[in-house]
Write a protein that binds this ligand. Sequence first.
Ligand code: BGC
Length: 746
Amino acid sequence: MKRFCLILIMILGFQTAATVNAQQTPQLGKSSVEELVAAMTLHEKATFLAGVFDYGKNPDGTTRKRVPGAAGSSAEIPRLGIPFAYYPDGPQGVRIQPTRKGTDKTFYCTAFPIATMMAGTWNPDLVSEVGAAMGNETLEYGNDILLAPAMNIHRNPLCGRNFEYYSEDPFLAGKTAAAAIRGIQSQGVGTSLKHFAVNNQETFRLKNDARVSDRALREIYLKGFEIAVKEGKPWTIMSSYNTINGTTASENRALLTDVLRNEWGFEGFVMTDWTSYPRNTAAQIKAGNDQLMPGLKVQVEQIEQAVAEGTLSMADVDLAVTRMLRVLVKSPSYKGYNFSNNPDLVAHAALARKAADEGVVLLKNAWNTLPLKDTGKKIALFGFGSYKIYQGGTGSGNVHTTGIVNIDTALREAGFELQEDLAATYDGVRIDFKIGEKLAKLRAADCDLAIFTIRRNAGEGADRREIKGDFYLTENEEASLKNVSEAFHAAGKKVIVLLNTGGVIETASWKQYADAIVLPWQPGVEAGHAVVDILTGRVNPSGKLTMTWPVAYKDIPSSKNFPSNFEAKKDGVRTPFDPEKRNEGFTEYEEGIWVGYRYFSTYGVPVSFPFGFGLSYTTFDYSKPVVKAGKKGSYTASVTVTNTGSVPGKEVVQLYIAAPKDNLEKPARELKGYAKTRELAPGESQTVTISFDTYGLASFDEAQNAWVTDAGEYTANFASSVEDIRQSASFKVKKPAVLKLKATLR
Ligand code: BGC
């Protein structure tokens, strides 16, 4: 009996200890973030700060990764009930592997129009709507943070990733990014605003040092991020690969802590871009870069070692872990969300079409060539892109989408007849061949009009080049277009050119060959439908350019300092990195703030198509505007827009403000607001009101390390493009405003 009692006491005692022990181990969902952090060992913390470098294998050999194709994830800590959280790319929609071993089920996602085209809608509500659909696919495929939006500045048209970015203008880029973030995050998943910062070229992107003035940093390269952070509140930010004025972005405390957090109030966590090694791991964490992606074992070891040696404090480690956990406790994986793997792809395709419809830009429309009045027409459809469109760019920004609608299919569906011999030839050769004079005449004789598609693609890891076949037309393309144009015009028939490209190409030398030029960019999964919607006038174009299309490449100020003819591979061998070489080891941002229209408009340099430009099938009249001063340096600017044409349409009212000349050099005018009207019926009017404030009007004065708004008379220009000012009104800023900053960027 005695023995029995003893055993009972021992069992009870053991159970109590075990229970107490279990109760003492904090658990996600039951314990606070502080309790979880306090319970973590240094090894767990270090593991958590590195992304997952090894998902481990299940006994059957399958990986434990729940979402194949997601670019990365955070680490799990089963002891504390902390699961993996998944991070898929990217800006055009969710990028995951579309098929999986052992199942017939597919996991395709919707390719929405590329980011540049989304910005070109100038419609933040639509950007948010698309963002919400992307967020929904992120959620329903079992993910947590979408690695988007991307918003580096189109400093130069040849940056290979411009299609993932919004604009040459930071205000437009920032507003668009904020709208995208709001939409994506409305679904309970996070975003990672990238690539912070000054990641404007792909050539040697891991090492290139962007040498840029503080003024250009503040006004051009950081301004958009500032707007997006303040207005969008992204869960995370992705620090960029490159170096800025000698300090690697992910090790840059001034950037990641002083500016991002202390000045702008960012409350999420920072993750590196996908190569955080070799970098100084301790310096990254001290700088305020919380997570190291995609994560390596050596980084875990380095964190442990740095703490042991005292070069990294436990307080810094804890801060980074805390920041990550505070965000991730909101994530679907941490909340145990029961995802469906079944988002509504049909509804999202319809939304992709609606978005593409608003982003197509009509660049030329001589003699009212468009819209095509009669769908019964017979079309000579030239260019391989007419049969196989690029729906998006390449690299991590590309989406595995299904059911891409090509232009030929959509034209047939709409009731057009295609010249079948020509269609069959393209189907047979699957490349662009030269259309000789004879063939052009033959087709001009048996068709009613010609449509000629020029397509271009680019993407991550390489910049575009100033060569034929990229920035310029190939010899074949040029000769073909000329022959088609001459033959069709001789027969009294029209030629329409479609530009299926993710970025700017040279147009000035050949645009006379076309009666109409339509720019559908890379429009996503519903590509062909969007093109035909515009061609037929089912949709009246309302997209506007978000960057300048120059006459010549050399007209662009940054062309002197951009690796536009860099040979990544010579005889199959990759050129070694040369730290001393211009545009490889470093890039001088000599042009300062003179990026895009700020340069062209101020210096009166002619362009092929200006920033903000895009034609409509109707016309709009702008009334006399009113600018009113409100409280605390706020202003409202109103103008009434009337549709004076004969078909319904939307107009983008752009507000460019000209500041008085004072100490600092200033652009002739800068975009400080915009508003898109609803679809106005012929004769219908809408008053749009745009708000701005003195802080938004400020220029950055390096001498004072301050944002300075000069007193004096300003002009508010209401415009349909930066070169098409319709109405102006002046207003006065009575007192100068100076906002001195604590943080300096070097
Ligand atoms: C790209 C990021 C991307 C990441 C994960 C990097 O190489 O620069 O934009 O999110 O890979 O795929």
